[in-house]
Design a protein around this ligand. Sequence first.
Ligand code: PLP
Length: 362
Amino acid sequence: MSDPARAWLSIDLDALRANARTLADHAGTRLAPVLKADAYGLGAVAVARALEPLDPWGYCVATPTEGAELRAAGITRPILCCPPMDPAEAPALAAARVQPALGNAEALSAWRHANGGDWQLAVDTGMVRAGVPWDRLHEWKPVLRADPPAGVFTHFHSADVPDATMADQEHRFAAALAELPARPPLVHTDNSAAAARREAGTARGTLTRSGLFLYGVGTGPTARVHPRPVVALKARIVELHDVATGDTVGYDGAYVAPGPRRIATVNVGYADGYRRALGNRGYMLVRGHRAPIAGWVTMDMTMLDVTDCGAELGDVATAIGTDEAAPGTAIGLETLAAHAQCSPYELLVALKLRLTRSYIGG
Ligand SMILES: *Cc1c(COP(=O)(O)O)cnc(C)c1O
């Protein structure tokens, strides 16, 4: 374990649970919280345990190992593995009682060969990533009649974009449903952005497959509901250096002091998931002030221009979350992702790399 004083990630399980409640109430469906990639880096078992009292339908994962980890932790609800199943994974999925999402007859026969139980039908309606193409279901009718799926679902590619593609995909999904010999008990389409985009209570499916919203990230201009922040990342100032006009800071001399500046070093870097691309672009909060990043973020350390912050050794710098020194000042994951020119999903999953995690509430 790394030293907790170096840099630390706190995860607010009460906020996570509040977000789950907000989204489920807004959608008017049960949730299938998405716990893939260790719950986007926040800890799948801790997240599942925090959500259990909300009575979700079950959980979504992306690999047999992720499903087995939840089973080992005592989770007994259904688990759906969303990506296409490699036939070689069938025995591991069956052993963990995980439902695969299948999109071709070969995969279904591998599933039966492995004595698997329930399965779900993935339908591709325009993402071209996974599932039976929406206009090809008639070819599947005999198979579906003989071995009906427990659920059928599709996935939107642009639910957070205010265009018509989500409606187009819904029409295709409706056409696919009409081709099924029977309507499965579970029918689902919505991720976080799709659920947050609809008017309250107008979800069409029986489940909402939500990840990002639960973890405290808003879903952009189409959203009608907004989550509470869940994640905070802090590090302590461990050195201070005064530089003169023209001095450079960090690799490549990428920062050139425009005048006398005070530079602070904090022990968090890209090996902690704090991305190099934030260099000369992002900032942290120190004593309620914005401290711009000076030069590139390095593997273990980041330098900040704290000239205007009144910073002292041992001060806490806030990379994500609220600066307790000045309530009301905060850096959200969406803002950080914009500065890092990546998606908030990528930022979240990388926080798992090296940081010490602590959980609040739960
Ligand atoms: C990752 C994923 C989700 C969750 O998406 P969020 O945007 O995080 O809510 C839902 N469905 C599928 C198929 C996924 O791969």
